[in-house]
Design a protein around this ligand. Structure first.
Ligand SMILES: Cc1cc2nc3c(=O)[nH]c(=O)nc-3n(C[C@H](O)[C@H](O)[C@H](O)COP(=O)(O)OP(=O)(O)OC[C@H]3O[C@@H](n4cnc5c(N)ncnc54)[C@H](O)[C@@H]3O)c2cc1C
Length: 427
């Protein structure tokens, strides 16, 4: 048996580890191919390397020798062709690998749109997704006085924070009326906005990039916005979302069925025999034809483990779990569990904001008064407890009274119930 995995991100590496857990090296050969780095690293921690708080090696969750010890072969290279009939995968350097089972765990790529002048920019335009993006950011930072970052999401704010850390003046262009409506309410967005401004970020809401200007050497020298403003900058960060890395498969001898991602069933099987897909690149198709994609770390990890089990013959029937995520907006901690945005009409939220501190709590509940989601900013929460309460269908009254049980930072951030201003928001 030869298990070949394309992509050494969390989905690919978790799959490799899962297979090795069951099969010894003499029973199953495992090869992991990646074009990006020699070793698996934590993409979510990329910003800490940019801010010089971690070395690149610190980003690697496993000791390098783990892969040797487990006899997982790591190949640095780019997969360019797939022949499902012959069960072969071809790399850019001409090497061909025979596989018994193949996993595509090829992640996501940053979006870029056809703004006026963007094609003339030979230097100075960056994304913040890959190790090569980090290289470009680090190379450009010393010669950058001002930067513009486009796109009001998680990756955008991380890039803004890194640039501020290095003393760069930053203008943050956000198309929407408040920061990150895909995940936050207008109240929460406004709090994050105020926090960014307090850190000296020039946040422009409802303002979009319209034109990119370059100097005589082709380096970005400024932008124009849809409001007619001209902003000087030497670096332009494009953080307007990501899409499944699937285009290269159109050039292959065998192409699995593609949609917004690489289409798989709930056992992570693509339309090609013995070819699976998992992580950010996968679009999961349910029996009723509806589909979903998840572009978060914890899901990619679970996908990888389950895809491996499916490749080894286990019955797998994946459905996305209750949504959970945690991150930071500069210094504001963020924990989210369950349903908090795109809520149906009539769904209510209890929104609590500390009058003096940047702490807010939003508890979403349904018409039966059962809690269905939490959006917690400014303090640290045990998501396992919050998740359990949703599964237990706890009432809003009960949760409000017992909320402190789910909070981590007792000594510092725990704010007393009576200190908060409360209001009810009805969708
Ligand atoms: C800056 C940043 C911050 C983030 N923060 C969070 C967060 O706070 N919380 C959260 O849940 N998620 C976060 N995410 C998202 C999370 O990192 C991803 O969901 C996760 O890493 C996806 O893992 P993956 O294994 O599917 O793909 P990836 O990690 O993208 O790995 C895919 C790998 O495959 C390689 N590859 C692609 N095509 C080929 C090919 N043809 N040949 C060889 N190799 C190939 C790629 O180069 C890449 O190394 C963040 C992402 C970024 C960029």
């Amino acid at each position: 048996m030869h298990y070949v995995i394309v992509g050494n991100g969390v989905a690919g590496v978790e799959a490799a580890l899962k297979i090795r857990e069951r099969y010894a090296p003499e029973e199953a050969k495992i090869t992991v191919i990646s074009e990006e780095t020699d070793y698996f690293f934590s993409r979510t921690a990329l910003m800490y390397a940019y801010m010089d708080l971690m070395t690149r090696k610190d980003l690697e969750p496993f000791e390098r020798k783990v892969f040797d010890n487990l006899k997982i072969e790591l190949v640095r290279g780019r997969a360019v062709d797939l022949d499902a009939d012959a069960h072969t995968l071809k790399l850019e350097d001409g090497k061909t690998l025979n596989y018994t089972k193949l996993l595509l765990a090829v992640g996501a790529k940053p979006n870029i749109f056809g703004w006026d002048g963007i094609k003339d920019a030979k230097d100075g335009v960056v994304h913040f997704v890959s190790m090569q993006d980090l290289d470009a950011c680090e190379r450009l930072t010393p010669s950058t006085k001002s930067a513009v970052v486009v796109g009001g999401g998680l990756i955008g704010i991380e890039l803004v924070e890194c640039l501020k850390h290095h003393g760069v003046n930053v203008t943050f262009l956000i198309r929407e009326p408040f920061y990150w409506p895909m995940a936050l309410s207008s109240e929460e967005g406004a709090m994050v906005n105020g926090h960014m401004q307090a850190h000296g970020v020039d946040v422009r809401l409802e303002e979009e990039l319209s034109k990119v200007k370059v100097d005589a050497n082709g380096r970005v020298s400024g932008v124009e916005t849809n409001k007619g403003n001209a902003i000087e900058c030497q670096m332009l960060g494009i953080c307007v979302g990501v899409h499944a890395n699937k285009e290269w498969l159109n050039e292959c001898k065998s192409t699995p069925e593609l949609g917004r991602g690489i289409k798989v069933n709930r056992a992570f099987e693509t339309s090609l025999p013995d070819v699976y897909a998992a992580g950010d690149c996968a679009e999961i198709v349910r029996e009723d034809g509806s589909t979903f994609q998840e572009t978060i770390w914890y899901s990619a990890k679970l996908h990888g483990q389950l895809a491996a089990r499916s490749m080894m013959g286990d019955a797998v029937d994946y459905e996305k779990p209750l949504f959970y995520n945690s991150s930071k907006f500069f210094h504001i901690e963020y924990t989210t569990v369950g349903e908090v945005v795109n809520l149906a009409k009539g769904i209510r939220s209890l929104y609590r904001r500390h009058p003096k501190k940047e702490i807010s709590q939003r508890i979403v509940y349904n018409e039966a008064n059962q809690v269905i989601g939490f959006n917690m900013l400014g303090s640290r929460w045990n998501h396992n407890v919050l998740e359990r309460w949703i599964h237990e269908r706890r009432s809003i009254e009960w949760v409000r009274k017992n909320l402190a049980q789910a909070q981590f930072d007792v000594e510092f951030g725990r704010a007393k119930l009576e200190e908060f201003d409360e209001k009810e928001i009805v969708q």
